[in-house]
Design a protein around this ligand. Sequence first.
Ligand SMILES: [Zn+2]
Length: 320
Amino acid sequence: MLSAMKLLEEETCVRFKKGQGIGNYVDIRDSNYCSSNLGQVKGKQKIEFGKYCEMTGTAVHELTHSLGIGHEMARFDRDTYVIVVESNIIDSYKYNFKKLTSSNSYNPVPFEYGSVMMYGPKDFAVGSYETIIPKDNDYYYTMGFQLTSFLDYKRLNIAYDCMCKNSTITCKNGGYPHPNNCNKCFCPDGFGGQLCGQIKADQIYTATSSWKSQTVSSNLELVLYDNFTIITFAINGQDTKSMEIQLLEAPTMQCQSKCPINGVEIKYLNNRSIRNPVQCCPDSTQWNVVKTSKNNPTFIRFYARSGFNNLNVKFRYRLI
Ligand SMILES: [Zn+2]
């Protein structure tokens, strides 16, 4: 919970203050649940935060609720992106999925399957049926991924009027002046530097017109249990050409709903700001599929948590 507060303070203008329980405040307690009120309720309001809520992303999720932001699958526009299967949801949890109205659904950023405010496909299900079916099935395993996204922060920055007012810098690649330092940009995944014009990656490869294969195998020193370690590869292309990327092998991926242990994201969508499909399962519609990207560079991001520290992947890429 403290690391989630720190993250939100670093990436937004929201600040948390330890208090004495006077006035309007949030009482954060150990519990068997992970839950929070939606927005301010006056006086004391609770965040229940138990041992199964250990991911930093889960803590960000609950704090974001207390800051007034609802679930992604409850957004007013959710029917364009998901089918919520009412009959498969446990009765006492149905309120979590209830569609918000246009007046209490705050959507300053696009719908995102990979938002930290999104549930997994079988969350709160009767038996093992789906409660949420993505209309774009490529995102099946992305839903419920517990890593705060670029757009999750941006939504809070807009909601809390954090955006820089008189900044003179122009950010590239979908970045925006950082609310905590208006002379530097808040960059989408893979980009860095003052204006998001630089590549921020662990390894950079250059694509040519013939397939190049890359095997990456390493024992990562992972010390984080409650958050993902992220490894980013950048593949440079040519502005006039597209790129094809294919994940060939990933034997150490742990196939689980919501990819809570590890996963891979090929960032092929033109929109640099949004989370692309995260995959960790061989039955994913994304597995081993050749992805075409117009992005130069295109990023591949690997996510892994402590205890599951063998990164062992093979992928290939070429210009077309
Ligand atoms: Zn929630």
